[in-house]
Design a protein around this ligand. Structure first.
Ligand SMILES: Nc1ncnc2c1ncn2[C@@H]1O[C@H](COP(=O)(O)OP(=O)(O)O)[C@@H](O)[C@H]1O
Ligand SMILES: [Mg+2]
Length: 481
């Protein structure tokens, strides 16, 4: 018997008897699988598990609905294809033996696509998590297991918010709902840095990129998650290196300034000794004018506080410290700092003057590091003027002002020889110096510090000769990271 109604259909169809043997098949079936009539149909599909099939078959056998099974691979000649089989029960009314009408559906392309997808998911370096439109995890690839510590079977079906720390965990449903309703994109198609939560409750810095897949009318979301831990650690290590370099720079500046610092401290010490001697003389003379004595002791005390303050400033400046940012007024920083440089300036007969703008917005910075930058510029200016031929009474101007773009600029102008054109590109290079005992690290460290603060550094020629070195800083609140 042929299958007249199905004979010319383009897909393979067969009929099997109650004994499970193929009774008849259509032309497409014969072409694909010749000479199978009379053999058990299940033998055509080696991947099919007969027990599992029988179990499912029993449940549909006496109803009308067909059963679709994934029958697996069929190899004929040099062809390998994958099939689903739609199994329709057919009841023979007289003897009631159960027959089966099977329709083979070629799913090779789909299977290959799925296999490729699975291979992609398996070998991806990044964690990939696919969720449904309810936010439940559908797919969890091996990289996701490495990142989060969960095996797929532990998380599939669970809400993806389990992988997020608070506050995102509780807000995730609302995020999704808003997206579904408004299409407003916060993450989807954009990608951003976030934190994820692993099985041990550890927060992991991640980069998350989400894309939406619409397939067969179903909405799903694929999240590609990159672990940023190493990148963050490298960044922290780099920051630490820079911090150390800045510290070494401060120490070496202090080293260069020992002569002027010693001179600075010697002044109050000399004064202290002087007031002590005159107090002693008052006492020796036997004529103790208590008012005079008190006045001398008062001055003595002031001078010892002054010496102490100098030492305090040096200690504060030279101390190693972690990058500590505070809200500060640049003008205050500069005025405070100049006390450190005054001795140096005086020794070299350089006058320091201020031109500070009123009402500047605060900056968020590491005060010691910014002072370090300013001190480097001031010391370079002093160097430039002391090396100049007739430097008597040279003046340096320390200026602060608000730029048009809202940044704050600090500039140090000198009346030295200026920067020679062939030197312009070299100034900020490490170890570039034109001084016989210079180290050439000053400007290079300055530029690093300023860049870390989100500012810029540069120099320009003064109209009346000499150079101006400046740096800019964003005002507080401008960078909200
Ligand atoms: N105010 C200035 N006027 C002229 N040249 C300067 C000035 N400041 C810096 N320079 C030049 O830049 C070079 C590098 O400066 P810096 O990095 O501070 O190292 P150093 O002061 O140890 O030489 C100096 O050697 C000098 O040639
Ligand atoms: Mg220098």
């Amino acid at each position: 018997m042929r299958l007249p109604e199905t004979y010319s259909l383009p897909f393979p169809v067969f009929m099997a008897g109650a004994d499970g043997r193929i009774q008849t098949a259509n032309a497409a079936f014969e072409r694909l699988l010749p000479d199978r009539v009379g053999t058990p149909w299940m033998a055509v599909f080696p991947d099919l598990d007969p027990d599992a099939f029988s179990h499912q078959w029993e449940r549909v056998a006496h109803g009308d609905a067909p059963l679709t099974v994934s029958a697996g691979m069929v190899t004929t000649g040099d062809q390998t294809r994958f099939f689903d089989v739609i199994c329709q029960p057919l009841l023979d009314s007289e003897t009631d033996p159960l027959r089966l009408l099977g329709v083979l559906v070629d799913v090779t392309a789909q299977t290959q696509q799925e296999a490729e997808n699975a291979a992609l998911l398996d070998t991806a370096v990044d964690a990939i998590v696919i969720i449904d439109d309810q936010g439940r995890i559908e797919t969890f690839n091996p990289a996701a297991t490495r990142l989060f510590g969960y095996r797929p079977e532990e998380v599939v079906g669970r809400p993806v918010s389990d992988l997020m720390p608070e506050p995102h965990r509780s807000r995730h449903d609302a995020y999704m709902q808003r997206y579904m309703e408004t299409g407003e994109q916060r993450i989807i198609g954009i990608g951003r840095e976030l934190e994820a939560l692993d099985r041990h409750g550890r927060k992991i810095p991640i980069y998350l990129a989400v894309s939406e897949i619409l397939q067969k009318g179903r909405r799903r979301f694929t999240g590609i998650i990159r672990d940023l831990s190493e990148q963050r650690a490298a960044r922290a290590a780099l920051a630490e290196q820079r911090e150390k370099l800045a510290h070494v720079g401060r120490l070496s500046t202090m080293g260069e300034m020992t002569a002027s610092i010693a001179h600075e401290i010697n002044q109050p010490l000399t004064a202290i000794s002087m007031y002590a001697q005159s107090s002693l003389k008052l006492i020796e003379k036997g004529d103790v004018d208590l008012d005079k004595l008190a006045g001398a002791l008062e001055k003595l005390n002031t001078q010892s506080l002054r010496a102490g303050a100098i030492i305090e400033r040096i200690q504060r400046f030279a101390r190693a410290q972690e990058n500590q940012r505070e809200l500060v007024q640049v003008n205050t920083l500069l005025q405070e700092l100049v006390k450190l440089a005054e001795g140096d300036a005086r020794i070299h007969d350089v006058e320091i003057t201020f031109d500070l703008a009123d009402g500047l917005p605060a900056v968020y910075c590491d005060p010691i590091q910014i002072q370090q930058v300013a001190l480097n510029l001031i010391r370079n200016a002093i160097d430039a003027m002391k090396d100049g031929a007739a430097a008597t009474g040279s003046a340096m101007v320390i200026q602060s002002r608000l730029e048009g773009d809202g940044r704050i600029e600090v500039a140090v102008s000198d009346q030295g020889p200026g920067v020679a054109p062939d030197q312009r590109n070299l100034l900020f290079r490490p170890f570039h110096t034109t001084k016989k005992d210079g180290m050439g690290m000053g400007l290079s460290i300055c530029r690093t510090i300023i860049a870390e603060h989100g500012g810029e550094m540069g120099h320009r020629d003064n109209p009346g000769g000499g150079a101006t070195f400046y740096f800019t800083l964003p005002q507080a609140g401008e960078r909200d990271d």
